[in-house]
Ligand binder design. Structure first.
Ligand code: CO
Length: 135
């Protein structure tokens, strides 16, 4: 059901500062920061082999990532797994009684469809499921 770890999400205060850190010290070539208005974030990705690091900065303090930063500060925020069929995956999880934040897919960065599993239902780790756009 899970194809791979698609990315690890880090909550950061300043996406420009964080991007420069990874560029300077790890030779990263981050993508263009993309605003995802629905989630109240601006995010940028850089590749690490088959996976990515996603830097996430809130665009408003009352967004989920804004609240996370206020409560816990910068740091690891979520793991994202790539799935083949997000709607099917969510239906299975729902049937199994897993606690979901999103019962239906929503729009993610880069034309993806995403949904979050509540950390309470996933051993304390906020878990994102990502379906890539199909060619
Ligand atoms: Co993510």
């Amino acid at each position: 059901m899970l194809n791979r770890i698609y990315h690890l999400g880090y909550a950061v205060e300043d996406i420009e500062v964080a991007s420069r850190f990874y560029e300077k010290n790890f030779g990263a070539a981050p993508g263009v920061p993309e605003v995802v208005a629905e989630q109240g974030i601006v995010a940028t990705m850089f590749r690490v082999g088959e996976s990515r690091i996603e830097l996430v900065q809130p665009t408003r303090p009352d967004s989920p990532v804004g609240k996370f930063l206020a409560n816990r500060g910068e740091g690891f925020h979520h793991v994202a797994f790539e799935v083949e069929d997000l709607s099917l995956t969510l239906a299975e999880l729902k049937r199994n009684g897993v606690e979901l934040i999103d019962e239906e897919p929503r729009k993610g960065a880069g034309g993806t469809r995403v949904a979050f599993v509540h950390p309470r239902g996933a051993f304390g780790v906020l878990t994102e499921l990502v379906e890539l756009p199909h060619a």
